[in-house]
Design a protein. Sequence first.
Length: 410
Amino acid sequence: MAGRGKQTQKVETPFPSVHLVQFENSPYWWIRFWKKERRQSFFRSTETVDQARAMALLPEIYQEFLKNPDANSKTENATVSEMIDAFLAFHEQRVKRKEIKQSTFEVKQCSLRSGMLKYLLEFGFFRVKELNFKRHFKDYCSWRKGLGYKHSTVKAEVKIIKEFANWLFKNGLIKDATCNIPIPRQTHEAREEEQGEKAFTEEQVKAIRGELERRIEESEGVEVWKWKQMLYFFELQLEGGFRTDELFNIQFGDIKYKSNGETLVDVRVSKTGRRNTIFLSQTVPKVIALFKSKKVDPKSTTSLWMDFGTRKQWSSQFFSRRFREILTAVGLGLEYRMYCCRATHITRRIHKGVSTYLLAKNLGTIEMMIHKHYEDVIIENENRVLLGMTDKKMDVVLKKSEKVVFVPLV
């Protein structure tokens, strides 16, 4: 809660386990509800307390509807939140019967409650009988994209909303086939626009690093270890320029050291198969030392991404949520994410004079993509060279073995 600051206001709801709270560093109302074992969870709500109070009904499951949906006369007047609660309760039972995974249920829960439901609440479509999903769908997509969400995120939400709408149709809660929502195609222009990623500035990198270090100091127990691993993974991304899925698939056996201080990582990735990435790293020894301090055996650990102190594989979604919390705390919006570390790495290398061919070879991409997405950075660096403003601390040579090696200049 350090990122949100101290609690400033608290509003009671009809449910003892649900409260609306506001913090000094956040303009939003937050919904707080207590789970079992006195563990609390927060969902960000809207800017007004009335909308927050409406969304506070979500944690309560509509059990009566779930038990007998056909005979219950209240279904015709059921609210959208009650229907979603019943839908999620149905899938929660499927999780207990091991018909679906817990992670799948969490995705459904997050998408429905934060996506379509929030849209319906804000625009006043409260009753199921009044809904026409197909009619409001385009407005919903435009609304989500206007908030900064990417096409892929909206597309994933649409699949779950479509499933929810079909479930309503099967239970007689909507009378026609308007629940068959078409998944929109992304236009060529929008796809091109989303391919590029923003790079962190040096001030932003310093702010993110400082926020992670602050949380390490303020945390206790296993939380210290988790924040430390997040800090080291952040540094490793900046140093190696890995894709996010590549970082999570690196194994201990893939890391090799050289006498000159270089780190050679054998990277596995579905796009390009395997490749060797060579870079100067001060973080890899810290990551390995961190795992050794927790007595994690490198031979039995399948990945650097394993455990986080729980003996279970910590999902990338959970990591992304924590990193999003850090970005929000330092004032960065939805256009920034973990993948921006790769863009930062590429930008830094271009400014240091690394050729785009060798950079693409080391990062497992093609030179055309770097020219396409980092044209402004390349032109800016060439102008600096033309004006004699560069101060190269590093040069790049290509050995006969065609391995990329970074050679520090003395």
